[in-house]
Structures are given as C-alpha cells and as structure tokens.
Design a binder for this molecule. Sequence first.
Ligand code: SF4
Length: 247
Amino acid sequence: MSVSQKLIDELMAILATTPDVKSSLQQICEAYRGGAVFSTSFSEEDQVILHFLSKITMPPAIFTLDTGRLFPETYSTWSRTLEKYPLTIQSYHPDHAALQEFIEAKGPNSFYESVENRKACCHIRKVEPLKRALKGKSLWITGIRAEHSPDRQDMTPVEWDPANQIIKYHPLLYWDHARVKACINENDIPYNPMHDKGFVSIGCAPCTRAIQPGEDFRAGRWWWESNKSKECGLHVHQTIEKTDQTV
Ligand code: SF4
C-alpha cells in the first residue's frame, strides 16, 4: 500500500466515526495540526465550510487567490466574511514581475484571443500562487461537490492530488445545492449576491457569465472555449486525469 493510500484510509476511518461536517473538520484538523489548509473563493460551498471552521478549536490556515480580476461583489463578500468571522484569510497574489511581463507582451485581455493565452493568464494569476499557498502543507480542504459536474460523480471525500502532491478533503462532496442554501440561510452566512443573478460558478470577472436554467454548472466559465479546453490547473482529479477549477 502506498503512503498516500494509507493516509487516505486513515482519514476515511476518521470520517466514518464523525456524525457531521463540523465534527469531521474538527477531528481532521486536529490530526493534521499545522499541515491542513483551506482554500476559499468565497463560493457558497466555501462560505459554509468557513462557517464550520469558525466553530472548531483548531482551524487550519485559510487562504484565497486574489487574481486581481475578481468581481467587486466577490471583494465585498470577502469583507463581510471578515466582519462576521474572527478568522485570518491569507491572500496570495500573482508574481508581479511575471504578470507585468505577460501584460506588456500580450495586453490585459489576451485570454479571449487563444486558449494558450488564457492558460498562461490562469497560470500566473492562479496556479503559481496556489503552489505557494500549498507549500509545506499536507492536507487541502476544498468546497468541491459531486453535483457540480458529471466528472465529479466518482470522486471520494478524500483523495490524492498528484499534481500538488497533497491529500484533498472535500467535506461537502455529497451535499446538494438545496442543503448548501439552507445552511447559509439558517446560519446567516454572508454569500456573494451574484448567486442571486444567475452566476453559479464565480471566478474572474472577464471570464465568468451568468447561466440560463438547464445549462451546465460550468457553462458560465470561459464560455467562448470548447468544453475540452476548460481547465486551469487548480484541481486535478486523479482517476480521470481531468483538470477543473473552483478556487
Ligand atoms: Fe486570467 Fe480569466 Fe484565468 Fe482569471 S479566469 S486568471 S482573468 S484567464
């Protein structure tokens, strides 16, 4: 048995004995102490997880990736979150020199011109800062849900991320959207008001649009590209070797 599989089995054993998400987060964060980290994009799922983390005795490090191109509403949600919860959210930003070189060579909106440019922008603004944020950590807590896409149906709450060499834990994997919304309403959790305007998966402003009823969860992201190229390198699902993004 590989080391990663042994760690996954240990975490699944913890999950089997805990009655709810808050207890699971408590026990898993205690088991990993300084090694656990939670990434938030202030999505509905991330806000629910952050709410539970505010209730446990040993919360993990929490970080967000500030790409510099987020919606004003996302920054407002970030501010309201800090007002409500006594937690520190670390902010990771693109490397200034790399971003300056890219913008001067390609222009500020080159992601519309080619998949190559879009991926380069995502790499500078998201992937490289993510690597910095995960450095030295051993457990990454995410807001991924199976309902988000068919590709996530076969995922398990704990999995190995080969790209980042880290164990990932998805505490809300089996929650449906109604349950997420109910938790937000019951606990008066701040959420991004754009969710009420048809924005489901919210990323950078130039690369996100609202979706129509019946459209895929991810249809509003990089809508000008084919589905095949819609990846940016943040989340790599081991089994299907497909990359997607929620941060
Ligand atoms: Fe750049 Fe768009 Fe990717 Fe944001 S989502 S990093 S603006 S290409």
